[in-house]
Design a protein around this ligand. Structure first.
Ligand SMILES: [Zn+2]
Ligand SMILES: [Zn+2]
Length: 434
């Protein structure tokens, strides 16, 4: 057997002109300058999850494509074209996940999680990948935080994912939060409703696209932005008039809880989710006059049956973390917390630099954050960098100090400085940072 060595590829050097083109379209970075806010968002989520008794779960980025296509029937072929899927070198079909709830449900079944908790309440964070127009701030990769409750269809669980999502945004100081809410009914009542909807739209003058959609997907007509269609749907039958007793009771129970908890809400009969696994409650959360939803979700009581032929109810919510970060930054309402428990370490001379690595580590292992610019050779250059860091203390370690086993501790505000022996460094620094 001969192994062919592929010819060396010419590596293009990134010229100045096309630096922006290095990243893949529709993918974004979270930069160090936003790191503190990102951490704050994550910590808010973790803290809330603990208070609401949601437990951590993480599923992989790649799943089997069927997970996202099940239950779509004839529409699966069309949906598959809009999925980021590929064949692995080993010949398996895989897909980048499109949402987080389906993989969580897959994990629930695979690991029999229902035996350990009923219902199972989990939170998770990660990216989902969606095909679509990349303008208007839409990305292919969307970072999300999710809450899911699997194994019970009681309205109290719908309310808990809604409340956890609302509180998440409230803690990040989003103003005027409001809940858009509707019900999708169940298989019993919604088929009847869809027939009524078709019968109504057939008799109306709608745009060309809607005309095509009436028979197969009448709910899509609620999403049309053509003026004539918007006008026509004002008189369209609404699901609330066609709910079965059980769905009616469920929606009533959710709305009562919404009111009990003082949540500002707008029932919107034209707000729908088309995927057939959704049942009953669907919702989105908005803040102030920001046009996009910050969170959204719903009950997916049919998903498990479509995927795994097992009837397991579930409800979930996903928060759009990219939008949340962007808005928190714009609004500038959250403190950019910085660790004030830190020092700037300056070392001059090769010997001092070498020794300083060990001292810095000792400080760090004593919970004191240490910033340095040891790559810069001179005292002035390091000092200059240190000014930007704004640490309360600067530690200066030069040739003389290295020889004397001491270090100069300088208060960066007052400029007062003192020589401290290395043995007492941690103790002295702690005392001054207090
Ligand atoms: Zn029903
Ligand atoms: Zn239309």
């Amino acid at each position: 057997m001969t192994t062919k060595i592929p010819p060396k590829k010419k590596v293009k050097k990134a010229g100045k002109a096309n630096l922006e083109a290095l990243g893949v379209k529709g993918m974004s970075d979270i930069l160090p300058k936003d790191g503190e806010l990102w951490k704050l968002i994550m910590e808010t989520g973790r803290h809330l999850s603990e208070l609401y008794d949601f437990h951590f779960i993480e599923t992989p980025t790649l799943e089997s494509p069927e997970i996202f296509l099940a239950g779509l029937g004839e529409k699966a072929e069309e949906a598959a074209k809009k999925m980021y899927s590929f064949k692995t070198p080993e010949g398996e079909d895989v897909a980048l996940r499109q949402d987080l709830s389906a993989p969580v449900l897959r994990s629930y079944i695979e690991h029999h999680l229902g035996y350990f908790a009923s219902p199972l309440k989990v939170y998770h964070t990660g990216s989902v990948f969606r095909f679509g127009k990349l303008d208007n701030g839409n990305n292919r990769e969307i970072r999300q935080w999710g809450f899911d409750i699997i194994g019970d269809n009681d309205a109290v669980y719908d309310m808990q994912v809604i409340l956890a999502s609302l509180e998440f945004l409230k803690q990040l100081k989003f103003p005027n939060l409001r809940l858009k809410i509707n019900t999708m009914g169940c298989r019993v009542c919604r088929n009847n409703y869809h027939e009524k909807l078709k019968a109504y739209f057939r008799k109306q003058k709608v745009c060309g696209t809607c005309k095509v959609n009436v028979e197969e997907r009448p709910l899509r007509l609620f999403k049309c932005v053509e003026a004539e269609c918007i006008e026509v749907r004002k008189e369209a039958p609404i699901i609330l008039d066609h709910l079965c007793q059980a769905c009616n009771n469920h929606f009533k129970a959710v709305l009562e809880l919404v009111e009990d908890n003082g949540v500002l809400y707008e029932p919107d009969p034209y707000f729908v989710r088309e995927k057939e696994y959704y049942s009953r409650t669907v919702f989105e959360i908005y803040s102030g006059d920001y046009e996009h939803s910050l969170a959204g979700g719903g009950r997916y009581d049919y998903l498990s049956e479509m995927l795994f032929k097992k009837i397991i109810p579930g409800v979930g919510s996903a928060l759009s973390l990219d939008r949340i970060l962007e808005q928190v930054k714009l609004r500038n309402t959250m403190p950019r917390a910085r660790n004030n428990n830190r020092v700037f370490f300056i070392a001059v001379g090769e010997q001092a630099k070498k020794m300083s690595v060990r001292f810095m580590n000792t400080l760090r292992m004593n919970n004191i954050a240490v910033v340095e610019a040891l790559g810069k050779k001179t005292l002035t250059a390091q000092m200059k960098f240190g000014e930007r860091v704004r640490a309360p203390l600067a530690l200066i370690f030069g040739q003389k100090e290295a020889f004397e086993n001491s270090v100069i501790v300088r208060d960066t505000k007052s400029g007062a400085q003192e020589t401290v022996i290395l043995e007492k460094l941690v103790e002295e620094v702690k005392k001054r940072l207090r």
